[in-house]
Design a binder for this molecule. Structure first.
Ligand SMILES: C[S@@+](CC[C@H](N)C(=O)[O-])C[C@H]1O[C@@H](n2cnc3c(N)ncnc32)[C@H](O)[C@@H]1O
Length: 463
């Protein structure tokens, strides 16, 4: 039984010499997937690299890109479990060890987390998880002195799992303190706990359809949620689903589809989608009949806007530019500003967010949001409408932005959101008339379906 995090004095042993052993180990079934999972976990939690980037098919982690499709799915599942349960895994290690593993051996913790996640949250036999973790520790220069400890801790977890896991407070442990405090201050402690609980599960697949949500829900075996989105509870490739190739719908969380709907009828109007990539909202504006100008600073992300529009048979003028410098030739009837934000509303889909973002980021981003909002509001026609939104649950990126804007910009007024504009979901409208969705909110009026990304949106009219 391991009692200390101190390595044995013995040398690393023949396996740790590395190069000669590596090809053999690599061939062991399941080994590469576990190694890649631990590598990527380290990149996310120690280097704060976004998980999506690590898993990108073209530019992601090279080891991940080389894996077979079933191993890629396994890596995704392991990382999802490691990140959703990160606080619990850390607490368990504290319970199983007498002293912490030194920081500089972060790799040991990553290897342990990958194995523990398999043992506790995935349907993988303990024996396989333990043995592959020990194999990994054996060939890793920084981890090899701890390979005995890896073996001992994991075996003990296997033997004592009921005892050591029984009283874990998952909701609190898996939420960094600064985030929990921020949500408790904004929405109350009970709601903060409900938000944290919602983050323990993956979100459903939501689609925005060009038309006929009820018909598409029936065809695809889903239900209509939110303000007319189609929700499917299924995993697997979306491009194999009916309607994908013909461009009948696109993937977009039910809450993410609400801000663009607040612009109302857009037929023939000039609309700007500012901070547009990857383009879910651009597609909504174009499908609503607007002449759309889509602007984003990121050329690579804008490529996806163009690809999506072409699959959907929709059109927009797509411009790569920094909104702090770009100027439109003439004013717009409608503007959607989906400002860059901390993305804390998307944790169900991006479980890395709590571990790569910090309170500091919210401060920096809220300054950018304030600058962008004031600048782009000036591009609105008199009588025109602007919707400001963020996929954040932090008030500094939502409510506080709009109250400060309205206080110092007398030429604009708030146009409150009405329940019928958001599928009758009264709970997602604040007393001021803002849209404020949370992951614990119901997505249908009968309360039968829960779960929305955390979004803020406010509608403003230029007087
Ligand atoms: C929340 S995402 C937009 C999501 C998009 N509206 C959608 O629905 O698919 C924010 C976007 O803001 C862009 N961005 C950040 N700073 C910007 C700036 N100064 N000028 C233009 N775009 C910017 C980022 O590249 C990113 O694509």
């Amino acid at each position: 039984m391991p009692s200390k995090a101190r390595p044995k004095k013995t040398g690393p042993g023949p396996q740790a010499e590395g190069a000669a052993e590596r090809p053999q180990m690599k061939d062991k079934p399941g080994f590469s997937a576990r190694k890649v999972a631990a590598d990527i976990l380290g990149n996310v939690v120690h280097k704060r690299r976004p998980l999506d980037g690590e898993l990108d098919a073209n530019s992601g982690h090279s080891g991940f890109r080389e894996l077979a499709a079933n191993d890629k799915s396994l890596v995704r599942a392991i990382l999802g479990a490691c990140l959703r349960h990160r606080g619990e895994l850390n607490e368990l290690l504290d319970r199983l060890l007498d002293r912490r593993i030194p920081e500089k051996t972060g790799r040991v913790t990553d290897i342990l987390h990958v194995a523990m996640a398999q043992m506790l949250y995935l349907d993988i036999p303990d024996r396989a998880a333990v043995s592959l973790a020990v194999d990994h520790a054996s060939i890793d220069r920084r981890a090899v002195p701890y390979k005995g400890l890896v073996n001992g801790v994991l075996r003990r977890l296997g033997r004592e799992r009921e005892d050591v896991t029984g009283d874990l407070d998952a909701n609190r442990l898996n939420t960094p303190e600064w985030l929990f405090d921020s949500w408790a201050a904004a929405y109350g402690e009970e709601t903060a706990l409900a938000i944290a609980a919602a983050h323990q599960n993956e979100a459903a697949l939501d689609l925005t359809v060009k038309e006929d949500p009820a018909g598409w829900a029936e065809r695809l075996g889903g239900i209509v949620v939110g303000a007319g989105s189609v929700r499917l509870h299924r995993k697997g490739a979306v491009d194999a689903l009916e309607g994908f190739a013909e461009g009948a719908w696109w993937v977009q969380d039910a809450a993410a589809s609400m801000p663009a709907r607040l612009l109302g009828s857009l037929e023939g109007k000039r609309a700007a989608d500012l901070c547009a990539a990857p383009g879910g909202k651009t597609a909504q504006l174009a499908a609503a009949g607007a002449r759309v100008t889509a602007v984003d600073i990121s050329k690579s992300r804008l490529k996806r806007v163009s690809e999506n529009l072409s699959r959907l048979g929709l059109e927009a003028e797509v411009i790569a530019s920094d909104l702090r410098e770009w100027e439109p030739a003439s004013p717009f009837d409608a503007i959607l500003l989906d400002a860059p934000c901390s993305a804390t509303g998307t944790i169900r889909r991006h479980p890395d967010v709590p571990w790569i973002k910090q309170a500091y980021d919210v401060g920096v981003l809220s300054e950018v949001q304030s600058v962008l909002l004031r600048r782009v509001a000036g591009w609105l026609q008199p009588g025109g409408t602007l919707v400001y939104c963020t996929c954040s649950m932090e008030r500094a990126e939502g409510e506080d932005q709009i109250s400060a804007f309205l206080a110092d910009q007398p030429g604009f007024e708030l146009v409150p959101v009405q329940p019928e504009e958001v599928g009758g979901l009264e709970a997602v409208i604040t007393p001021e008339g803002y849209l404020r969705t949370l992951p614990c909110h119901s997505a249908t009026t009968d309360g039968g379906e829960t779960g929305l990304d955390g979004f803020f949106a406010a509608r403003i009219r230029r007087l």
